[in-house]
Ligand binder design. Structure first.
Ligand code: F3S
Length: 312
């Protein structure tokens, strides 16, 4: 059996930074530490943080006076931020810079008199925060079926479009093409983050060379779901959270298995998954070739297991 690991799989810079900040707080702060919402969309990382003593709150008032509150990587809206600032808390902002850029950009388009279209899931925390920043003055579109005529009547002089950072590039292109048919003057700003686009592109390349792709990440991770969508265009996909979800029945002799992982999936989970796949491959074929898996399988990975895969 052959296993091909995607070139870019697992933690992006935004997730790494958020986790580094959280680990630093957990180890240095004498006060209790909380995250506002899940720090990142991955259950194994959340459990890891709980083991460090970091709990999650969903309302500003849940944080006891004097405690430290880490803002999640997907950001929060201005109302929640105001409520936090009104209290005696130390706030550590782990909002990803790419997410912040979209918030600021959406706000500036509205301030400059644009009608705004946001491509993304209306209830995803990132989009909820953007909506709050612009007082819900945007048309949020999450599927091609929602692009019906007319989106605006009359069509405003200036219409801008931004996207969720973890959107599928394929959906982005299709949606823009469809919207442009009724709004030719649409000003398109692709705000999908580089990490998302690269991971989708690398996942596609792996899928093209494989008989099946295993995508690792939590079910509520948006970017992980997008990776699965990209791969399923080419081959069957198995979406798993940990090695425990793997079934031997998925594998056949001499097959090529692709492996990729969402931007919030830790290296220690990827490593465990690879180990299980390799042992199944060895059982079926007597040997298993792994392409591009060294960084997960070598001993250096040990140090990252200890600190949650973060660079701290
Ligand atoms: Fe940021 Fe993109 Fe990662 S928005 S958290 S770098 S997936």
């Amino acid at each position: 059996m052959r296993v091909i690991v995607a070139d870019k799989a697992g933690f992006c810079q935004g997730v790494k930074r958020a986790l580094d900040l959280a680990i630093k707080e957990a180890t240095q702060s004498p006060e209790p530490v909380y995250t506002f919402g899940p720090l990142v969309h991955n259950n194994q990382v959340i459990t890891y943080l709980e083991d460090l003593g970091i709990e999650r709150i969903d309302e500003a008032l849940q944080a006891p006076p004097g405690s430290h509150v880490i803002i999640r990587s997907h950001g929060i809206g201005p109302l929640d931020m105001e409520k936090l600032e009104e209290q005696e808390l130390t706030i550590i902002d782990a909002t990803c810079v790419k997410v912040k850029q979209v918030q600021d950009f959406a706000k500036s388009l509205i301030e400059r008199g644009y009608a705004l279209i946001v491509l993304g899931a209306p209830e995803h925390p990132e989009i909820k925060a953007i909506r709050e920043y612009i007082n819900d003055r945007a048309l949020v579109i999450h599927s091609l079926d929602e692009i019906i005529e007319p989106l605006f009547n009359p069509i405003p002089e200036k219409v801008g479009l931004v996207s969720q950072t973890t959107l599928s590039k394929i959906f982005f292109d299709q949606a823009v093409e469809k919207i442009r048919k009724q709004i030719p003057n649409l000003e398109v700003h692709n705000t999908i983050c580089g990490a998302t686009e690269t991971r989708q592109e690398e996942a596609r390349k792996v899928a093209e060379r494989s008989d099946m792709v295993i995508v690792i990440g939590s079910p509520f991770s948006s970017n992980t779901s997008r990776l699965a969508e990209v791969c399923v265009e080419h081959v069957p996909v198995k979406k798993i959270e940990t090695e425990e979800d793997i079934s031997e029945e998925w594998f056949t002799k001499n097959m090529t298995v692709g492996v990729t992982a969402g931007a919030s999936t830790p290296e220690w989970v990827i490593k465990q998954v690879l180990k299980v796949i390799i042992s199944i491959g060895e059982m079926l074929d007597g040997e298993c070739e792994v392409i591009n898996g060294d960084m997960y399988l070598t001993k250096d990975n040990k140090s990252q297991e200890k600190n949650g895969g973060s660079s701290v």
